[in-house]
Ligand binder design. Structure first.
Ligand code: SF4
Length: 407
């Protein structure tokens, strides 16, 4: 374990033992994982049989489904699951394997492989940036140009945007900002109203993510929380985030989320100085010590506050990211570590999955963008012809991940 002693900062002393939740989100591996995996594969096969009927079609689709999963997972196997309140998750922003929503996810994946007549979601994930307000000043903020300007979206706009997303089928909706917790009451109401139709998430810096708010969100039906922690050093994190006390806020948010049994992930922006195996492994030890289910590795992009800056990771740094992703998810030495999510890995192999394809980003004006990091705008989610804008965005595509060609 790291940090079992207090973390010393210039501002304060943070004792991790006081701030760690007892409800750890433990990885499931070995025989228990195999049992669950077999059960899930049988369920998937049954869905395929029901949808495609003919043996040769069934076999072909099952094989394509396996190849697609391997391409996205970066491995020919599912090595671990995360257990949260007795439910098992394989990836962030996917439903637990036991949930009927996972069956719906399989229907949607199959629709992309070979069209069928059953219901399928158009989008797997939509990020909704619902506020321009934020008390932080992060180095990498992609909404920088919109930050702390007069709010463009009313409560009724948020309702309309969510309803529009649900009308085309959207499996996951993640609220971001600005700091979305500044509109926590609207989030609670929306989640309570629409919890049966989608899974809802909050992406937060930890600001205003109090124990009481975590409880209200859980009771409303929120699925999970992604908290940003951008450095192992509290002082460096606070400097990166432009607000003293942010590291402590983030740790407390992690604890409150886990105490409520919300699926909890840490998201971290890995800048060049941190994109090495020594740092990344220390970060994974820290995440394991906190007991979170997932760690999401983000690459810095020259947009927003980083616009025109030379921040893109270079090849040796990308290789370190990939090695961390692969080893932490598959090697025996990391059996007890959280699952790593690294979009850069599979996007470089299977192409961009956002841009109206599987996912989309909606900015603080309600406008569509390919993803938080590609600021190609196309139409508004508030418009009556939003579906056409989504189709156009998908047709435009995105080639941002073609440039490195790692294999
Ligand atoms: S990245 Fe998020 S938390 Fe940081 S300034 Fe931007 S909106 Fe605020």
């Amino acid at each position: 374990m790291v940090h079992s002693t207090p973390i010393q900062t210039t501002q304060q002393e943070i004792c991790l033992d006081d701030i760690r939740s007892d409800k750890r989100q433990l990885p499931v591996t070995g025989r228990a994982k195999k049992r669950l995996h077999r059960r899930r594969l049988l369920k998937n096969a049954w869905i395929v049989v029901q949808l495609y009927k003919w043996p040769w079609r069934i076999l072909r689709v099952l094989n394509q489904l396996r190849l697609r999963r391997n391409a996205l997972a970066g491995a020919a196997n599912v090595h671990k699951l995360v257990c949260v309140e007795g439910q098992h998750l394989w990836r962030l922003h996917l439903p637990p394997w036991e949930s009927p929503k996972f069956d719906r996810f399989v229907h949607s994946e199959l629709q992309r492989i070979q069209a069928h007549d059953s219901h399928a979601d158009r989008l797997a994930l939509a990020h909704l940036a619902i506020t321009k307000k934020c008390p932080l000043r992060c180095e990498h903020c992609f909404e920088w140009d919109n930050l702390n300007k007069p709010e463009a979206l009313t409560t009724s706009d948020i309702d309309t945007m969510v309803d529009n997303l649900l009308s085309v089928g959207t499996a996951n909706i993640a609220f971001s900002g600005g700091e979305p917790m500044l509109r926590v009451h609207e989030i609670v109401n929306t989640v309570r109203r629409c919890r049966d139709e989608s899974q809802f998430w909050v992406l937060t810096s930890g600001f205003n993510f109090t124990a009481a708010h975590a409880k209200s969100l859980k009771e409303a039906g929120l699925m999970g929380v992604v908290v940003s922690i951008d450095d192992l050093s509290p002082d460096k994190h606070d400097a990166f985030r432009g607000k003293p006390g942010s590291f402590k806020d983030a740790l407390e948010a992690v604890k409150h989320a886990m105490d409520q049994g919300l699926v909890t992930a840490i998201s971290t922006c890995v800048t060049r100085d941190k994109a090495n195996l020594q740092y990344l492994r220390a970060f994974m030890d820290f995440a394991k010590d906190l007991g979170v289910g997932f760690v999401q590795l983000l690459e810095p992009k020259p947009v927003g506050h980083y616009a025109l800056q030379d921040v893109l990771l270079r090849e040796p740094e990308l290789r370190a990211m990939e090695e961390c992703f692969l080893s932490c998810n598959a090697d025996d030495a990391y059996r007890e570590h959280p699952i790593v999510i690294y979009h850069g890995y599979y996007q470089r192999r299977v192409g961009c999955l956002a841009a109206g394809n599987l996912g989309v980003y909606v900015d603080t004006n309600g406008d569509f963008m390919s993803c938080p990091f590609c600021h190609k705008k196309n139409g508004s989610l508030l418009s009556s012809d939003f579906e056409q804008s989504l189709n156009d965005l998908e047709a435009m595509g995105c080639d941002s991940y073609g440039q490195f060609g790692l294999s």
